[in-house]
Structure formats: structure tokens, C-alpha cells
Design a binder for this molecule. Structure first.
Ligand code: HEM
Length: 134
């Protein structure tokens, strides 16, 4: 990621922060709409999951400028996900849905630069989550 891309996602996550629980809500709705086979992997009641996902996404994005801290927390999260049965192909399915959800939230302020920056951030996160598992 370029420093400009890091700044773009940092700025974006802070702007979205008050709405992150709703964004997570929209994200899971879209995810299960597009990939219903993923639904049984998650708890029936998603209330806590939405909050955890939103908090973790914020934590990881904020940690991007501090690479060792970022890698350590993403790797821990990735190890837990391996235990939930999450595999490489799942990360690609989630990527499209997450980027689409964030783009919808940003509305007319969303640009090609945002798309590239958020895709790069998501790829950094998933690469780091998968680091110990290859
Ligand atoms: C940006 C990437 C992701 C982030 C930030 C994220 C975040 C989280 C968090 C915070 C939890 C709560 C439990 C914990 O902390 O270990 C969780 C659980 C879970 N996530 Fe993710 N996740 C990501 C990607 C994925 C992907 C790609 C899948 C694939 C379907 C997935 C499936 C799950 C499942 C199945 C659970 C466990 C639910 C349960 O049994 O309680 N996650 N995720």
C-alpha cells in the first residue's frame, strides 16, 4: 500500500466509525444473500458478531501504519479463523461484499482511488491473516 492509500483508508474508517455497526449489518445481509452457504458457519444471532467484526476492522485499519503490531493482531485473528473453518476462497468472497458495502456507505464520495485503497487494505489484512497458515 502507498502512504496515500493508507491515509485514504484511515480517513475513511474514522468517517464511517459512527455507522460501523450498521455497515457490518449491511455487510452480513449482503454476504448471506450472495453466499447463503456461509450462513451456517456463523451464530444464529449476529448481534455480537456485527460489533466484533466492526471493532476488529477498525483496529486492523488503524494498525496499518505500525506493521509489526498489524501483523501480530491479523495473524492471531487468522489463526482463530482457521479454527472456524475459514479457507482462502472464503476471503475472496468476503472481499467483494465488504468493498461493495463500504462503497455504498460512502455514496458519491467513493472514487476509483478509494476502491484501490480499500482493496489493497483488505488484501493486506487477509495476507497477514493467512501468514501462519500456508
Ligand atoms: C477483514 C477480514 C475479517 C475480519 C476483520 C473478521 C473479524 C472477525 C471477528 C472479530 C470475529 C469474532 C471472533 C474472533 O475475534 O475470533 C470473527 C468471527 C468469524 N468470522 Fe471473521 N473476519 C474476517 C474475515 C472472515 C472471512 C473471510 C470469513 C469467511 C466466511 C469469516 C468468517 C467468520 C466466522 C465463521 C466467525 C466465527 C463465528 C462464531 O462461530 O462465533 N471472517 N470474524
Amino acid at each position: 500500500m502507498t502512504p496515500e492509500q493508507v491515509n485514504l483508508v484511515l480517513d475513511g474508517i474514522e468517517r464511517m466509525r459512527p455507522r460501523l455497526p450498521q455497515i457490518a449489518d449491511a455487510f452480513y445481509a449482503e454476504l448471506f444473500d450472495r453466499h447463503p452457504q456461509l450462513r451456517p458457519m456463523f451464530p444464529a444471532d449476529l448481534t455480537r458478531q456485527r460489533i466484533k467484526f466492526a471493532d476488529e476492522l477498525h483496529t486492523l485499519v488503524v494498525a496499518l501504519p505500525d506493521l509489526p503490531a498489524f501483523l501480530a493482531s491479523a495473524a492471531r485473528l487468522g489463526n482463530r479463523h482457521a479454527g472456524y473453518g475459514v479457507r482462502v476462497a472464503h476471503y475472496n468472497q468476503v472481499r467483494t461484499v465488504l468493498i461493495t458495502t463500504i462503497a455504498a456507505d460512502m455514496g458519491s464520495t467513493w472514487t476509483a482511488e478509494h476502491e484501490q485503497a480499500w482493496t489493497a487494505a483488505y488484501d493486506m489484512i487477509t495476507e497477514a491473516m493467512l501468514l501462519n497458515l500456508r
